[in-house]
Write a protein that binds this ligand. Structure first.
Ligand SMILES: Cc1ncc(COP(=O)(O)O)c(C=O)c1O
Length: 392
């Protein structure tokens, strides 16, 4: 039986999968089951921070899996505590809680906001989020995400979420009430179309949350761990949130998420929350390697330079009116718009035929989120493949 037949026989038909079965990866390249190679500008949806098969990461993971693969959080383990230490020492936040995914990280942020609201804001529990945000697929993060299509099949949604337009400080100001425990935003929206937040908006949010006495939560699941050219995107806005959600790139391909919080938002005590796998030693062995690499200033400077290179090349194409209508991004989290959904779909499938994996973020927006270790040559090859796919 073909692998696609296996899926249709045994798996929930819940994904619109691209017609490729990937079997192997090395650096920025992946190979399918027919031996065709692709440049991977998708990186497992902005995950494979150090590319595929990074020797140091592979060694750390295989040594850890041979030594001790799992313990649960009933015991101390050193990889977990070393990752917690690295996250705190390289951020402006004070404490960490480990989970397994972005959705779980968002869920943990919401639980922190609710518990904090009970203790500090006379039972406030509401979380204000923004239109076109994406926070995950658990029930609460689906309610936080506020895309009706994601919610409808599972209605009724949990209570306590309000969405307002993104990059609109006045809209948040108008929505804050005595029920509000927190405001949660992505510093750059990913799934919602690759929209960086305005600096003034983020600084205004910090001032507003301070004045109103509510928590400011950044969902850095996609923007965190060097993706935008700083370890955390919040650094680029000169604003420190009270709570941050991380996942995706943290494990360089191993499933791990984390929530960082300031001391005053670190409200979880025994019995409040938990996770069997969160901060598992194998995932943490990978995260330790990733963090040691991405906290290097020259590594981050290179991410910024490579991102600027790609964006300037795309902007040149946009200025010639060659089908690209807008280019946006921070570091190696880059989006560009095509004039229509059809045109964007065509670029994705033609690029794939030409050996480049690209994914969309919204109807007509294409996303460039390669491994952060991508070389300039590979970026150039990818841009050329995009040109061929656009028929120019
Ligand atoms: C900003 C943001 N938050 C949360 C999530 C959910 O992460 P996961 O799919 O790991 O649950 C995503 C996934 O795309 C995301 O981009």
């Amino acid at each position: 039986m073909d692998w696609k037949d296996l899926e249709s026989r045994y798996y929930h038909p819940a994904f619109r999968r691209l017609p490729v079965t990937l079997v192997r990866g090395q650096g920025t390249r992946v190979w399918d089951d027919e031996g065709k190679s692709y440049l991977d500008f998708a990186a497992g949806i902005a995950v494979s921070t150090l590319g595929h098969g990074d020797p140091e990461l592979c060694r750390a993971v295989s040594q850890q899996v041979e030594t001790l693969a799992h313990t649960s959080n009933l015991f101390y383990t050193t990889p977990q505590l070393e990752v917690a230490q690295r996250l705190v020492e390289n951020s402006d936040l004070d404490r960490v809680f480990f989970v397994n995914s972005g959705g779980e990280a968002g869920e943990t942020c919401i639980k922190i906001a609710r518990k904090w609201g009970k203790a500090n804001r006379t039972g406030a529990y509401e979380v204000i989020t923004t239109d076109h945000s994406f926070h995950g697929r658990t029930l609460a993060t689906t309610a936080a995400t506020g895309t009706v299509a994601y919610q409808e099949p599972f209605a009724p949604m949990p209570d306590g979420f309000t969405q307002v337009p993104f990059n609109d400080l006045g809209a948040i100001e108008d929505s804050i009430s005595d029920k509000t425990a927190a405001v949660m935003v992505e510093p750059m929206q990913g799934e919602g179309g690759m929209w960086p937040a305005d600096v003034g908006y983020i600084r205004g949010l910090r001032r507003l949350c301070d004045a109103e006495g509510v928590l400011l939560i950044f969902d850095e699941v996609q923007t965190g761990v060097g993706r935008t050219g700083s370890l955390f995107a919040y650094e680029q806005f000169d604003v420190v949130p009270d709570v941050i959600a991380l996942a995706k790139g943290l494990g360089g391909g191993l499933p791990i998420g984390a929530v960082l919080s300031s001391e005053s938002a670190s409200v979880l005590v025994p019995g409040d929350h938990g996770s069997t796998f969160g901060g598992n030693p194998v995932a943490c062995a990978a995260a330790r390697v990733v963090l040691d690499r991405v906290t290097d200033e020259s590594f981050l400077q290179d991410v910024v330079a490579k991102g600027e290179y790609v964006m300037s090349r795309l902007r040149t194409r946009a200025s010639k009116g060659l089908g690209i209508t807008d280019v946006r991004g921070l570091g190696l989290m880059i989006g560009f718009d095509m004039e229509s959904e059809d045109a964007a779909d065509q670029v994705v499938s033609r690029a794939r035929d030409n050996g480049l994996l690209l994914i969309k973020a919204g109807a007509a927006t294409l996303r460039i989120v390669p491994p952060l270790t991508v070389t300039r040559d590979e970026l150039e090859q990818g841009l050329e493949a995009i040109d061929v796919a656009r028929g120019v």
